[in-house]
Design a protein around this ligand. Structure first.
Ligand SMILES: Nc1ncnc2c1ncn2[C@@H]1O[C@H](COP(=O)(O)OP(=O)(O)O)[C@@H](O)[C@H]1O
Ligand SMILES: [Mg+2]
Length: 291
C-alpha cells in the first residue's frame, strides 16, 4: 500500500506594486495569527530591505545564510534539481518572546539581494529558483508567507513563480489601488510565463483606512468594491499607531504585547487570517489545543 504524500504547504505571496501599503505588516501579523492557531508558518523575506526579519526580532548575524545565498547556490550549479529544497540551509528562528514563535521560521534577506536580482533577472530558468529552493523545504509547514518588494521585478517574480496564491495589500489611496490593479493584471497575464498557470489572487487586504477622511471613505465604499468586488477580504484594517509602535519597538514586538490597542488590532488580523485560511484551503483555524 502506498502512503499518500503529505500535502505541501500553501504558499501565499503578499504583494503590491506600491510601497508602504502594509505588505510586511500583513506578513508578520498574519504569521502571528496563524501560529497562535497552531499553524506552522515559514516567512520568506523577498524584500532586500529585510523589514520582515527585523520586525520578527530575528537575530541575523553575518554567518546566517539568507535568501541571496540560496539563490546563488542555485545559480552556480549545473544541476539545480539536485538542490531542490536547499532553502532549509537559510532557516532562522524568530525572536518574539511568545511560545507560538517556535512555530514561525524565517528565511531572511539582506540588502545584497538587490544585486542578486540585478545579476540574474531575465536569465533562462532563474525565475524558478525560489520555487526549486522551497520544494521539499516547506513540507513540514502549513503555510508559507512570502513578503514581496514593492515592484513587479525579478524578486517579486521569483515569489509569484513559487506561490499558490497572492494576497494583494492595498491602502485606501489611489496610488495603492493603482498598484493593486497593476499586481492583479500582472498575475493574470504573467502566470503562464512564470510557468505557474494556477496562480491566483486570493483576495485584497485593505489597510490603513481612516474613515474620518472623506477620500478614504470614498475609496473604501466606492472605488475598492467596484474594482475588486467580493475578493475584498474582511475586515478592513484601520490606521492605528500601535502597528507602527510594534514594528518600531526595540526590540520589535507582536501586537498582542502592546496593550489594548495592540490586542484589538491583533484580533482584526486574526479575523483576516481566518478568511485567508479558508480561501487558501487550510480550513477553519481553531485555537483550543494551543492556547
Ligand atoms: N494599519 C496601520 N496603521 C498604522 N500604520 C501602519 C498600518 N499598517 C502599516 N503601517 C505602517 O506603515 C508603514 C508601511 O507599512 P509596511 O507594512 O512596511 O508596508 P510595505 O511592506 O507594503 O512597504 C510601516 O511603518 C508600518 O508600521
Ligand atoms: Mg515591506
Amino acid at each position: 500500500m502506498s502512503t499518500p504524500r503529505r500535502r505541501r504547504a500553501r504558499r501565499i505571496a503578499q504583494a503590491n506594486n506600491k510601497g508602504g501599503t502594509g505588505k510586511t505588516s500583513a506578513t508578520v501579523n498574519l504569521a502571528a495569527a496563524l501560529a497562535e492557531h497552531g499553524q506552522r508558518v515559514l516567512v520568506v523575506d523577498m524584500d532586500p530591505q529585510g523589514n520582515a526579519g527585523r520586525r520578527l526580532a530575528a537575530q541575523i548575524d553575518a554567518s546566517q545564510p539568507t535568501v541571496s545565498d540560496v539563490l546563488k547556490a542555485l545559480a552556480e550549479t549545473e544541476r539545480p534539481e539536485e538542490l531542490a529544497g536547499c532553502a532549509v540551509d537559510a532557516f532562522a528562528p524568530i525572536g518574539w518572546p511568545e511560545p507560538y514563535s517556535e512555530r514561525i521560521t524565517l528565511i531572511p534577506s539582506r540588502p545584497d539581494l538587490e544585486n542578486r536580482a540585478l545579476t540574474e533577472a531575465g536569465l533562462l530558468g532563474a525565475v524558478q529558483r525560489l520555487a526549486v529552493a522551497l520544494d521539499g523545504a516547506d513540507d513540514d509547514f502549513d503555510v508559507v508567507l512570502i513578503d514581496c518588494p514593492p515592484n513587479l521585478g525579478h524578486l517579486t517574480q521569483l515569489a509569484l513563480a513559487a506561490a499558490d496564491c497572492v494576497v494583494i495589500v492595498t491602502d485606501a489611496e489611489l496610488d495603492g489601488i493603482e498598484g493593486a490593479i497593476a499586481m492583479r493584471d500582472f498575475v493574470q497575464h504573467g502566470r503562464r510565463r512564470l510557468a505557474n498557470p494556477d496562480l491566483r489572487v486570493l483576495g485584497y487586504v485593505v489597510n490603513r483606512v481612516d474613515l474620518r477622511m472623506g477620500s478614504d471613505r470614498y475609496q473604501v465604499e466606492e472605488t475598492i468594491p467596484e474594482t475588486f468586488g467580493d475578493e475584498v477580504l474582511e475586515p478592513r484594517l484601520p490606521v492605528r499607531a500601535v502597528v507602527k509602535d510594534a514594528a518600531d519597538a526595540d526590540p520589535p514586538r507582536p501586537l498582542r504585547l502592546l496593550g489594548r490597542d495592540g490586542t484589538e488590532m491583533a484580533a482584526r488580523y486574526d479575523d483576516l487570517a481566518q478568511g485567508i485560511a479558508q480561501r487558501a484551503g487550510l480550513g477553519m483555524l481553531t485555537k483550543e489545543a494551543f492556547a
